[in-house]
Design a protein around this ligand. Structure first.
Ligand SMILES: Nc1ncnc2c1ncn2[C@@H]1O[C@H](COP(=O)(O)OP(=O)(O)O)[C@@H](O)[C@H]1O
Ligand SMILES: [Mg+2]
Length: 246
């Protein structure tokens, strides 16, 4: 099983949109587990479900198994562990290594080809648990000055957590989102990312497409939509670029 963590501490950088579409795209070629670690539960809604108030992925921190949180989604190959609404990470003290130990004890890797993790925009125990099990980290960013700054901050957080867990850093890819090729600042920011962090890390950009926002209303990820659209084409290309990196 390959685990892909979608992360950026900057809010509104299309983490959830990316998590939902990558998970759905990969579900067309293998079995996928989607973990919705943001208590707002937007990733759950993106695959036609709701965040839960009693049992969700965060329940692993209060002694539940990961498998008992699983629910089916609109896609037969896509299993969801929904967000536990109102979970407060600060009410718990020792949350280190919980996800890693659940993966191991429950042999999660025997049941899925891919695990996609949507994360909250905070550098807390939830993000650290996610980074600990990551084979690959995707950092979506809006190509503005602060977007580029946030990519640098996220990369430093990755190096910091890799040294804390005494492991190699996961494969990192940087995904420009809401990109408009006619805006000079967007192109300048892409250039800055290439020179500062390495061209090899940069995935092809996702353009602006209002259908990517509207998909959350229907609970049908755009990548599963039969009607052709820019968002669908961009995320399909993103999924194949990611597969080539894994
Ligand atoms: N490529 C895109 N084109 C248009 N709207 C987008 C695109 N990507 C994301 N959005 C919208 O931008 C907002 C933030 O995206 P979201 O995935 O929720 O970000 P995050 O999880 O990082 O907070 C949402 O309203 C989403 O629907
Ligand atoms: Mg989100």
């Amino acid at each position: 099983m390959k685990t892909i963590v979608i992360s950026n501490r900057k809010g509104g950088s299309a983490k959830t949109t990316t998590a939902v579409n990558i998970a759905s795209g990969l579900a067309e070629i293998g079995s996928v587990l989607l973990l919705d670690f943001d208590t707002q539960g937007h990733a759950s809604m993106g695959v036609g479900c709701e965040p839960n108030e009693e049992l969700g992925v965060h329940s692993i921190f209060s002694g539940k198994t990961l498998s008992e949180t699983f629910i089916p989604t609109i896609h037969k190959n896509l299993t969801l562990s929904p967000a536990l609404a109102f979970f407060d990470v600060y009410e718990y003290s020792d949350l280190q290594g919980v996800l890693k130990s659940r993966f191991k004890r429950e042999n999660i890797a025997d049941f899925f080809d891919y695990c996609i993790i949507d994360t909250p925009p905070t550098f807390d125990a939830i993000l650290k648990n996610s980074l600990e099990v990551a084979d690959s980290v995707v950092i979506p960013f809006v190509p503005h000055h602060l977007g580029v700054v946030a990519v640098g901050q996220m990369l430093r957080a990755l190096y910091q957590s890799a040294s804390q867990f005494n492991r190699d850093i996961a494969d990192v890819s940087i995904l420009p989102v809401m990109y408009n090729p006619h805006i000079a600042e967007h192109n300048e920011c892409l250039q800055k990312v290439k020179t500062s962090f390495g061209e090899d890390k940069l995935l092809s950009p996702i353009g602006i497409d209002i259908k990517l926002a509207k998909q959350f209303e229907s609970g049908l990820p755009i990548i599963l939509d039969t009607k052709r659209s820019k968002g669908l084409k961009d995320y399909k290309r993103c999924v194949s670029e990611l597969i080539n990196r894994l």
